[in-house]
Ligand binder design. Structure first.
Ligand code: SF4
Length: 490
């Protein structure tokens, strides 16, 4: 059921939903959550809301709490957003109402602000001269400083994204001018797509922490978090949006301006887990990199075993690489229920107690009596891996050797990935041997930071590796971490 909210002469804001929260079926699921996926399109004559829907569908892995699309046909912005997966939020009839030639879309996992409808994106801000809709992937670290510029009582902004949207729109100035002035003062990670009634914009922070790429359609242009989203809508990859670059897209084509010098520090964790395997970063396929990491992992941490199995799906490429390098046969020992994940039905206690089995089930005939190498992408709190080791032993595994295709995650991320606090990260306080004992594994080996970095072929000084080594490329005042979250202060 739809509920119509504020209606302005040139702006209609469509509200739907009741702010429901999603539930993870598996209480042990503590995998890292990405901040968001963003998508934008400028394409006269195309069904831009459907292109955006499919773009978001391709980016669903980057955020599963809420989804939204904003469109404009040149005179007004219409937004539709709700809690849920992209396919739960949109259907044919909703997309049919979202007509225009410009659209932006967003799928969200919350990093600042709580997981409620009000914080779903795109966000919207309007003045007498028009509206501005914005979608953000990343996390700002000077939000309170930015929010202090807003007049008290002029906004109910509770997230970094809403503050940014309000600041960009507030004076009714040309958007490009406002963005070129504001963005150099914004600190943190941001890959943005935004639009007014006539123009699509995209911008990336000077460090380029989060990805953002430009693609070409026969009838226009596309921007997206990952190249896989370009492929799915039939766009050809043109280039990455440069760190510190702002682009504007309208009937005059694509215009680019630089608002800050580029100091590239791309997120290393994109290669480990966040990006889709069929995405390309800096000209190199993510799948190729992950297989190479698995090969290096086998060299760094060899073991006598009968079978290499992945924790599906994220451990699969590295397990293939490990098997290739070690000569140990590769097999499927765990079956994933791909359709289990976030649900909007509150699980019963009985269902919750099933834990990891809701997502993974062992193949007993494959596992029984074997010495296994189990390859996973990362360990955050350790709950999932502990449950997997236990499950494999119950299924008859003789030995369980855990191999991880990232170094220990020992530091939190302030640039848009919701791992945990340092105290919650198992590698924040325990040694590798202590973690092995905690998991109940026969052995445990992590790829080295050098090995992972070399596998990406990106020089280490162009990467953010802070969650592995605590060296934050955009300085963080760790004593005041709490201040980076804005709690409905304006
Ligand atoms: S801290 Fe880790 S997850 Fe966060 S941006 Fe840096 S490499 Fe990526």
């Amino acid at each position: 059921m739809c509920e119509h909210g504020r209606v302005r002469p040139r702006l209609k804001y469509v509200l739907k939903g009741d702010g429901r929260l999603g539930h993870d079926l598996d209480p042990d699921d503590r995998s890292p959550k990405d901040a968001c996926g963003v998508f934008g399109v400028w394409a006269p004559g195309e069904e831009v809301s459907k292109l955006t829907y499919y773009g978001l569908y391709a980016l669903q892995h980057r955020g599963q709490e809420s989804a939204g699309i904003a469109v404009s046909e040149g005179s007004r912005i219409l937004i539709y957003k709700d809690m849920g997966l992209v396919a739960q939020v949109f259907d044919e009839s909703v997309l049919g109402t979202l007509r225009g030639h410009i659209a932006i879309g967003h799928c969200r996992y919350s990093t600042t602000g709580s997981s409620v409808w009000e914080n779903a994106q795109p966000t919207l801000s309007s003045t007498d001269v028009g509206g501005l809709a914005l979608a953000h992937n990343g996390n700002l670290i000077n939000t309170p400083e930015l929010a202090a510029r807003l007049e008290p009582g002029t906004t109910r902004a509770t997230t970094d994204t809403e503050v940014l949207t309000t600041l960009l729109a507030r004076d009714g100035r040309p958007v490009e001018e406002a963005a070129a002035e504001l963005l150099p003062q914004v600190r943190g990670a941001y890959s943005l797509v935004f639009m007014n009634e006539k123009t699509l914009y995209a911008a990336r922070d000077p460090q380029g922490v989060r990805p953002l790429v430009l693609g070409r359609l026969s009838s226009g242009w596309v921007v997206a978090s990952e190249t896989a989203a370009l492929d799915i809508v039939g766009a050809t990859f043109v280039r990455e949006i440069e760190p510190g670059e702002l682009i504007s897209v309208d009937e005059r084509g694509v215009r680019s301006r630089r608002f800050a010098l580029a100091e590239p520090k791309g997120c290393l964790f994109e290669y480990v887990y966040l990006a889709r395997p069929d995405t390309t970063i800096a000209g190199r396929g993510v799948q190729v990199t992950r297989v190479e990491v698995g090969r290096r992992l086998a060299k760094e941490h060899p073991v006598e075993a009968d079978l290499v199995i992945p924790t599906p799906e994220s451990g699969t490429p590295a397990a293939i690489g490990y098997a290739e390098e070690s000569g140990i046969p590769y097999g499927q020992g765990l079956v994933k229920n791909s359709y289990v994940g976030r649900t909007f039905i509150q699980p019963s206690q009985t269902i919750r107690q099933l834990g990891i089995r809701l997502k993974l089930n062992p193949l007993r005939e494959v596992i029984a009596g074997k010495r296994l190498v189990v390859v996973d992408d990362s360990i955050v709190r350790g709950n999932t891996q502990r449950a997997i080791v236990r499950m494999l032993r119950e299924a008859g595994a003789r030995e369980v050797h855990v191999r991880i295709s990232s170094p220990p995650v020992a530091w939190p991320c302030f640039y848009g990935i919701d791992f945990a606090t340092r105290a919650e990260l198992i590698a924040g306080s325990l040694s590798v041997e202590e973690i092995r004992a905690s998991l109940g594994a026969d052995s445990l080996g992590y790829i080295s930071l050098e090995g992972l970095t070399e596998a990406t072929t990106i020089p280490e000084n162009r990467l953010c590796r802070a969650c592995f080594n605590g060296s934050y490329p955009i300085p963080i005042d760790q004593d005041n971490v709490g201040k980076y979250v804005l709690e409905a202060k304006v």
